[in-house]
Design a protein around this ligand. Structure first.
Ligand SMILES: Cc1ncc(COP(=O)(O)O)c(C=O)c1O
Ligand SMILES: N[C@H](C=O)CCC(=O)O
Length: 434
């Protein structure tokens, strides 16, 4: 194994300083490396597919800011657009034409979206979408899935994935029982469980919200027919279907998971790629439902920095670039090569393992049996994951520091970098065997 990145003195010092100032030394839990141990790398800069830490180590980055950077770090057209906009002002608190420009791109791309409202984070998007669903249906309950993560708003912090799963936390203290008493949960990929919930709560379910491809319990694909089945159950029971495409939007396909699987939700939440690496997110859907949002209607939702011009131009440039047909063809090919390469290397070392993908989003488990829900995801070997993660980090490959996260590729991940990553994986599997 070719070890490159073992010196992390500067990151260690920075982490010590940060821990005295910020809870856990970070501003979002998974970054703290608690799922894998060790010192989180403090980042100096990013360029293309690479991250550089403050000790001068270079990494091929498969986290990409947790998904947004589909063009890689500091993509020139995006940086130029942000700089040009910054010269003209960073925020106005008044409408700009940029918001309509990005809205037109979103509506053209995402098949079920006819109108859109921009917000600043995925959390705001999902929180607002369920408020809207409740207002529209005049019902109170929602169904979510074990291991799915929809941001940190109170009603969603029930059996949540991502950092909640990484840290093995129970549902969060501080969240009132009354805030979650209308949240029903079902296992992912189990239509019968959803049908039973609808029957037991007849006429009370406003919406079913799902990550159509789960990326916050690790990467888990929906089984054949599952999303169509959910669509049918929602129709039968008068509930709205909400796809949380914060992660999958513009990622598994340009039109998101709904285009990839050809299943249309009533409302869609977007984030990450839509802001091109700046804080923008959105919710949108059928015009008739979206017209309920204030000031067109009376469902209230607002934001000082919503539709921020810097974020709008970053989103516009990003979507323009990735709309080119050849982009997704290449991204999908690169992701397939990575998954196959990892899987073959694990197999060669007799390590129970699986890797899966959709478009430019992928993930893997140290598990021999099929992973199809949160329970089976939790059976995966997190100790092996931790060893593999560090073996890769030492060879200059930056993966998400938790088994319960997904991985991403960008247009900057060349065939050469992918080959280098697979070579590192071969060495990592060999080093962690037994
Ligand atoms: C599927 C999904 N929904 C919602 C969120 C929340 O987004 P944010 O972190 O921007 O609030 C995330 C990520 O954190 C996510 O992956
Ligand atoms: N899984 C989360 C988002 O997709 C990871 C981001 C975070 O919690 O910081």
């Amino acid at each position: 194994m070719e070890i490159q990145n073992v010196i992390n003195d500067a990151s260690s010092a920075a982490f010590e300083r940060a821990q005295a100032l910020l809870p856990g030394g970070v501003n979002s839990p998974v970054r703290a490396f608690r799922g894998v141990g060790g010192v989180p790398r403090f980042i100096d800069r990013g360029a293309g597919a690479y991250l550089y830490d403050i000790d001068g180590n270079q990494y091929i980055d498969y986290v990409l800011s947790w998904g947004p950077l589909i063009l890689g770090h500091a993509y020139p057209a995006v940086v130029e657009a942000i700089c040009a906009q910054a010269q003209r002002g960073t925020s106005f608190g008044a409408p700009t034409e940029l918001e309509s420009e990005l809205a037109e791109l979103v509506i053209a791309a995402v098949p079920s979206v006819e109108m859109v409202r921009f917000v600043s984070s995925g959390t705001e998007a999902t929180m607002s979408a369920i408020r809207l669903a409740r207002a529209y249906t005049q019902r109170e309950k929602i169904i979510k899935f074990e291991g799915c993560y929809h941001g940190h708003a109170d009603p969603f912090l029930v059996q949540a994935g991502s950092g909640v799963a990484t840290l093995g936390l129970p549902d969060s203290p501080g969240v009132l029982k009354s805030a979650t008493s209308n949240t029903l949960t079902a296992p992912f990929n189990d239509l019968d469980a959803v049908e039973a919930l609808f029957k037991a709560n007849a006429g009370q379910v406003a919406a079913l919200v799902i990550e159509p491809v789960a990326g916050n319990m690790g990467f888990v694909l929906p089984r054949e027919g599952y999303l169509v089945g959910l669509r049918q159950l929602c129709d039968q029971h008068g509930a709205l279907l909400i796809f949380d495409e914060v992660m999958t939007g513009f990622r598994v396909a340009y039109g998101g998971a709904q285009a990839y699987f050809n299943v249309m939700p009533d409302l869609t939440c977007l984030g990450k790629v839509v802001g091109g690496g700046l804080p923008a997110a959105a919710y949108g859907g059928r015009r008739e439902i979206m017209q309920m949002v204030a000031p067109a209607g009376n469902m209230y939702q607002a934001g000082t920095l919503s539709g921020n011009p810097l974020a709008m131009v970053a989103g516009i440039q990003t979507l323009r670039e990735i709309a080119k047909p050849e982009v997704f063809e290449r991204l999908t090919g690169v992701t397939s090569t990575l998954c196959q390469g990892f899987w073959k290397a694990a197999f060669k070392n007799s390590i129970p393992f699986q890797a899966h993908k959709a478009g430019s989003m992928w993930g893997f488990f140290f598990a021999g049996d099929e992973v199809y829900d949160f329970t089976s995801a939790k059976r995966a070997d997190t100790v092996m994951f931790g060893k593999f993660f560090h073996a890769m980090l030492e060879q200059g490959v930056y993966l998400a520091p938790s088994q319960f996260e997904a991985a991403f590729v960008s247009t900057a991940h060349s065939d050469e970098l992918v080959a280098q990553t697979i070579k590192a994986a071969q060495a990592a599997f060999a080093s962690i065997r037994s």
